[in-house]
Design a protein around this ligand. Structure first.
Ligand code: ADP
Ligand code: MG
Length: 350
């Protein structure tokens, strides 16, 4: 689909590096007062007044982090922005700028990069982010995208991973496991398509799962909601590698233990039916699936009345002394240790 076989496509080489940068970035206009100068000079210029600055970066490599046979470029651009914004929100900060760096081979026509940038533009617009720069280079292999996000937070308001306290409640936003199952459905369809290109997939039962995989959202609303409710989380992290792995990060870095309850883990009905269909355990998927981009945080027990009626958040357990360890209590009341099987770039066969 993206191979440059169609002669009507504009080859990258026809624009040249500067022409391409101009072409891709002309649609961006700055909206945030912290952006004094964006694309076009040697560097961007930002002014955060007396606020603290949050900065985070991610690198996405074709064949490792995404597969263009089922990931449309528009979605890839969108998702590449979202994964970075999620990290900014997990610091209790507001995201305001991103830079976008790409490595592309001649295999991509200009139209393919236009699509990628359409996704980036859509996310930037929706989340009110200024695209303030980046870099463009050629790649001999696949597509590489690196996005850096910049945010701001009032001094003293940032929330870290290492500050959970004994007796706090562990809370997660949204529901878990859907993005992983979405990927399983897409990979199954890819295999079917390889055998029979005429097959028409019926994905009607998996719409939520596929949307969570191809077009995730970052929980910008949660830090705002918590502020409105008068709750400051005692620690926070975003769920990118799987709930288990993120809980263990908070516990290890905060030097605490915890217990979570299987029957409290929020699951969408499509996660339940599809895991049955795939003969997989929905709890295992929620614990280890990853790419949910929800927020996991701890709050003081005193704040429980403020959040308990909120459908966006679920209390899944509580924080204990470090000597208690980190456990899951299953539906049949068995206590099993939590283990991190989150995605790891250094792990083989993942
Ligand atoms: P330099 O030679 O100083 O690195 P470039 O010619 O690479 O400058 O970039 C020119 C301007 O375009 C800079 O503001 C840079 O940040 C921006 N830019 C370059 N590549 C991209 C990209 N892929 N996406 C967004 N902005 C970019
Ligand atoms: Mg450059």
């Amino acid at each position: 689909m993206i191979e440059d076989k169609n002669q009507e496509h504009i080859p990258l080489s026809s624009l040249g590096e500067f022409g391409l940068i101009d072409h891709l970035t002309k649609q961006f206009t700055n909206k945030n007062s912290s952006t004094l100068n964006g694309i076009g000079d040697d560097a961007a210029l930002l002014d955060f007044k007396n606020k603290a600055v949050v900065l985070t970066t991610d690198l996405l490599v074709e064949g490792v982090h995404f597969d263009l046979s089922y990931m449309p470029l528009k979605h890839l651009g969108y998702k590449a922005v979202i994964v970075n914004l999620s990290d900014v929100f997990a610091m209790n900060a507001n995201a305001e700028q991103i830079t976008v760096s790409i490595g592309v081979s001649n295999r991509f026509p200009v139209e393919a990069l236009e699509e990628l940038y359409e996704g980036i533009h859509t996310a930037a617009k929706l989340y009110k982010i200024d695209v303030i720069g980046g870099d463009t280079t050629s790649s001999k292999t696949g597509l590489v995208i690196s996005i850096t996000a910049i945010g701001r937070v009032a001094k003293g308001e940032a929330v870290y991973r290492n500050t959970a306290k004994e007796n706090d409640l562990l809370v997660v936003s949204g529901d878990l496991g859907a993005a992983y199952l979405g990927l399983q459905v897409l990979e199954r369809e890819k295999k079917v398509f390889e055998v029979n290109p005429q097959s028409q997939p019926d994905l009607g039962n998996y719409t939520y799962l596929i949307e969570r995989q191809l077009k995730p959202e970052a929980r910008k609303d949660i830090p705002t909601l918590l502020k409105d409710l008068g709750v400051k989380p005692t620690s926070m992290i975003d769920v990118s590698d799987g709930l288990s792995s993120e809980i263990l990060h908070i516990c290890k870095q905060s030097k605490v233990g915890c217990t979570i309850y299987e029957d409290k883990i929020p699951l969408d009905p499509q996660v339940i039916t599809t895991s049955e269909e795939f003969n997989m355990d929905s709890t295992t998927i929620a614990l280890n699936g990853g790419e949910d981009y929800e927020l996991l945080f701890t709050i003081s027990q005193d704040d429980y009345p403020k959040i308990k009626a909120n459908p966006n958040m679920t209390v899944i357990g509580h924080v204990l002394k470090p000597t208690e360890g980190t456990h899951l209590i299953t539906r049949d009341n068995t206590k099993i240790p939590l283990i991190a099987r989150g995605w790891s770039a250094t792990q083989e066969n993942e």
